[in-house]
Design a binder for this molecule. Structure first.
Ligand SMILES: Nc1nc2c(c(=O)[nH]1)N[C@H]1C(S)=C(S)[C@@H](COP(=O)(O)O)O[C@H]1N2
Ligand SMILES: [Mo]
Length: 396
């Protein structure tokens, strides 16, 4: 199987090199923001390296100047080091089993016979922006590159589940991919959705990203897409779907990817939540993409600030911009709205009246009034980050 000019052999070779470097200590296991360097992986353009084993790569900010994030620039995040590096579609099957009338095993062609659905949706890691938490936290020190806006094409999960026939008493659906842990003691990456959620119209088993097959690192041949929810549920290289009668005991549901059980998903910094629940919908965010934080701008020249805004499944109603550290706020012009799961671009023409350092802030509000806090809310895992960002632009 060849992927857009990348042979399977090359793919494995490249992975081998980075893994070997990590083993000899040349690449530290976690790279902090300031030490981040660009690396090239199969089917990917230069991305910022977070860890090499498993691969965790983030997208340089410049790619977010476009409405759609190109496949080769989309971030990569795996939890287990034994990831699939090739899939033979002749033998690959997607199995649906458990509490169903008749277990089914679908080939890639069988799957494509279901009605095709397509929409644009933001994919974002729950820990995106973790490096901006105060006080700082353990865990992957993502900047803002663990996100992207992609047009997904695939089939409704609901249609596939119904073709197997869901039996009464079912309460959850469990998803598993082809990746495995290096050590058998490490729990497999199992994620689950409650049955009523799994049957929502918009959840798809995607076989296309921006009209093309998925890059291997983003889950070839198919992945789950749960639009509006954090990407932890978007199981890649999906191979096994099980309908169950009891709630999942998976480490990735019971222990990891949980937030404090209160409306803000937050607790006092440094404290432990009394009760937690699995993380689900994304918070509302807006980002300044261009010019980047710390840029120098020539005095006397009008410029246009631009960025993106999105929320967990509700359209963005308004984006306000302040160029004076939050005193005065004015509405930005919004770009075309291509759907409630997509991000929207915002634009703000600006001509500074005098040289100096300007603190730029951006704040989005969605159609149900969800917005962004001025000061960061805190939770022990560093999820849900959506505080209003403060960027300095230097006009000289
Ligand atoms: N099979 C599998 N699917 C997975 C994961 C994984 O480790 N294994 N990680 C999840 C998490 S936490 C994220 S953020 C996204 C990352 O998707 P990407 O690599 O396509 O950007 O995949 C999700 N799906
Ligand atoms: Mo993630």
């Amino acid at each position: 199987m060849e992927f857009k000019g990348v042979s399977r052999r090359n793919f494995i070779k490249t992975l081998g090199i980075t893994t070997a470097l990590a083993a000899t200590g040349t690449i530290p296991p976690v790279l902090y923001a300031s030490e981040r360097r660009l690396v090239t992986y199969p089917e990917k353009t230069e991305l910022l390296l977070l860890t090499s084993s498993p691969p965790q790569l983030e997208t340089p900010l410049k790619y977010f100047r476009e409405l759609i994030t190109p496949n080769e620039a989309l971030f990569v995040r795996w939890h287990l080091s034994n990831i699939p590096t090739s899939v033979d579609l002749d033998t690959w099957r997607l199995v649906i089993h458990g509490n169903v009338e008749k277990p089914i095993s679908l080939s890639f062609d069988d799957l494509k016979k279901f009605e095709k659905i397509s929409y644009t949706a933001v994919i974002q890691c729950a820990g995106n922006g973790r490096s901006f938490f105060e006080p700082p936290l353990f865990g992957g020190q993502w900047l803002n590159g663990a996100m992207g806006n992609v047009t997904w094409g695939g089939v409704r999960l609901k249609d596939v589940l119904k073709s197997a026939g869901i039996k009464t008493g079912s309460i959850e659906v469990v998803f598993k991919g082809l990746d495995k842990a290096a050590l058998s003691a490490t729990p497999g990456f199992l994620k689950s959705l409650q049955l009523d959620k799994a049957l929502e119209d918009d959840i798809i088993i995607a076989y296309e990203m921006n009209g093309q097959e998925l890059p291997m690192l983003n889950g070839f041949p198919v992945r789950l897409v749960v639009p509006g929810w954090y990407a932890t549920y978007w199981v890649k290289s999906l191979s096994d779907i099980e309908v169950t009668v009891k709630s999942s005991e998976s480490f990735w549901m019971k222990t990891a990817y949980r937030i404090p059980d209160d409306p803000c998903g937050c607790v006092e910094p440094g404290t432990a939540p009394k009760k937690t629940v699995p993380i689900t919908r994304m918070t509302t965010r807006s980002l300044l993409i261009n010019p980047e934080d710390g840029s120098r701008i020539k005095f006397g020249q009008p410029i246009e600030l631009m960025g993106v805004a999105f929320s967990g499944g509700y359209s963005i109603k308004e984006v306000l911009v302040s160029v004076d550290g939050g005193m005065d706020w004015r509405p930005a012009r919004l770009g075309i709205d291509i759907g409630r799961y997509s991000w929207i671009q915002w634009f703000y023409p600006w001509q500074p009246t005098k040289p100096g350092t300007y603190q730029v802030m951006v704040r989005a509000t969605n159609s149900i009034g969800e917005s962004q806090p001025l000061d960061g809310l805190w939770n022990p895992s560093g999820y849900l980050l959506n505080k209003i960002e403060r960027h300095n632009l230097i006009v000289t």
